[in-house]
Design a protein around this ligand. Structure first.
Ligand code: SF4
Length: 305
């Protein structure tokens, strides 16, 4: 293979150079995740990665940003050298990497400083939930205290995105999931919070838990959980629902696109937008029209993730 393309990147990295530092995920146990279930984890040889970096302009339009994949490039023993090489080779405004909360917790501060000096600017991390029971249920392999520790530690060096999944605890744990997730965000203070709504992929272990341990949220419950999450965030962060999984649909198309804004300054406007969406859902359902969530749309083959 001439160039090893990573199979996944966040929407915010759509225009970035993509560099595959590791293949797959060594953890690979999160119940909601189907991303790397068929990929054998391996750490790529440094020489291959540097060769891919040399060849980036052949495969991508000129870019000012670069993204490191797959699940956790920061575990590569030569990651500082790789980031430095990339940063010196191209004029980049930002280098971003996926990583895990455990990795940040374990990493010495000197290594984080070296990564910053080498050019790493932003990390994307899966928090998913700040609720202990939900984290355990979905086998995230972390506890809320580690999520707080990692966020505080990483923010000294990088911009930090925490991903959150609404609906992850099901109807059963919705309120606790929202409140405890907001609590972790308030303590960890990530720069960005990116919300996804739980959409069940057939190859993800969570598909076997639906209807047993986890009851999927309907449209109104999804909005109420998002509302509670935002209402309870008091720290400064930019929250965005920048993914189709947050959308709600009528038979004629999307009726809700999620919300985005700076918290706490734009909280009232965001909550008003959600309240309006809740009213719309109630009206539509009263008139007999079902509002479709990302799960409904995915099952119907009307959206891809
Ligand atoms: S969510 Fe991240 S850590 Fe969990 S299995 Fe998927 S890639 Fe691995």
């Amino acid at each position: 293979m001439e160039f090893d393309f990573p199979p996944f990147r966040p929407p915010s990295e759509a225009g970035s150079y993509l560099i595959r530092v590791v293949r797959g995920c060594y953890w690979n146990r999160c119940a909601f995740c189907g991303m790397y279930k068929d990929v054998k984890f391996c750490i790529r040889k440094k020489e291959e990665i540097l060769r891919d970096i040399d060849n980036l302009p052949k495969y991508f339009p000129r870019s000012k940003t670069a993204f490191l994949a797959d699940s956790d490039p920061l575990v590569h023993k030569d990651i500082v050298e790789i980031v430095k090489y990339l940063n010196e080779k191209y004029e980049l405004e930002r280098i971003t990497s996926y990583t895990r909360i455990k990795t940040i917790c374990r990493m010495p501060e000197e290594k984080l400083e070296e990564l910053k000096e080498a050019g790493l600017k932003r990390i994307h991390v899966g928090l998913e939930s700040g609720d202990r029971e939900v984290l355990e249920l979905i086998q995230k392999g972390i506890i809320p205290e580690e999520a707080v520790k990692a966020g505080r530690k990483a923010r000294k060096y990088f911009e930090v995105t925490y991903y959150v999944i609404t609906g992850l605890g099901g109807v059963e744990r919705s309120e606790k999931h929202a409140k405890n997730t907001a609590k972790v965000i308030n303590d960890a203070k990530p720069t960005f919070v990116r919300v996804r709504n739980l959409t069940v992929l057939p190859n993800a272990p969570i598909s076997k838990m639906i209807g047993k341990e986890i009851t999927l949220l309907n449209a109104k419950q999804q909005l109420e959980e998002l509302r509670s999450l935002i209402e309870n965030i008091n720290s400064e962060t930019y929250l965005t629902c920048d993914h189709v999984s947050n959308y709600l649909f009528s038979k004629n198309g999307p009726i809700f696109f999620g919300v985005s804004g700076f918290l706490p300054d734009e909280k009232d406007e965001m909550l008003e937008e959600i309240d309006l969406a809740i009213k719309n859902v109630e009206l539509m359902e009263k008139s007999g029209e079902k509002v479709l969530t990302s799960n409904d749309m995915y099952k119907l083959g009307l959206i891809t993730l």
